[in-house]
Design a protein around this ligand. Sequence first.
Ligand SMILES: [Zn+2]
Length: 194
Amino acid sequence: MITEEQAKKNITELLEFIGDDPQRVGLQDTPERMIRMFREMFRGYNPDEKPVITTFPNGQDGIIYDNMVVDSGTFYSVCEHHCRSFFGEYWFAYLPNPKGRILGLSKIGRVVDYCSARLQVQERLVQNVVEMLTEALGTENPPFGMALMMKGRHLCKESRGARKTGTMTSTCLTGAFRRSPEVRQEFLSYVEVK
Ligand SMILES: [Zn+2]
């Protein structure tokens, strides 16, 4: 296990490697600041930070809900190939089982944030989120399917290398979203009207 002191020293060396002077005033506290920032940006490695995903029995509110539930929001992650940010918007949907459980809506965003807070590739990120939410709803009367689409801008593509602006789209579809073109189309219509 690397100590904070060693990590700071490594960052100082990197600052020197890029051609700057780590001792100049503006950079003196930079390694320290970067360590603090890393703790926040990479909290997804810390199991203590794992969000508790509240679920409710379907019907608890007096109605059984079995139509599509859709949530959308933003995400910020870091690409594992270049340690550069990628970020953008997500759209999540699931079809609750009338006999199963439903997700607390704010929890979806928290799971997206937690899974984003590691070195990632966008293809794995969509899977990590869907796996965590699937697990939270349990195997007894599971939902009829889940869908997650992420559209992200990748700074490793935009600010260096190819130097092209644009978004990358990745999706993870399970159950009815994978099998049924109608269900998939309904999900995509929510993405399009956004
Ligand atoms: Zn990259």
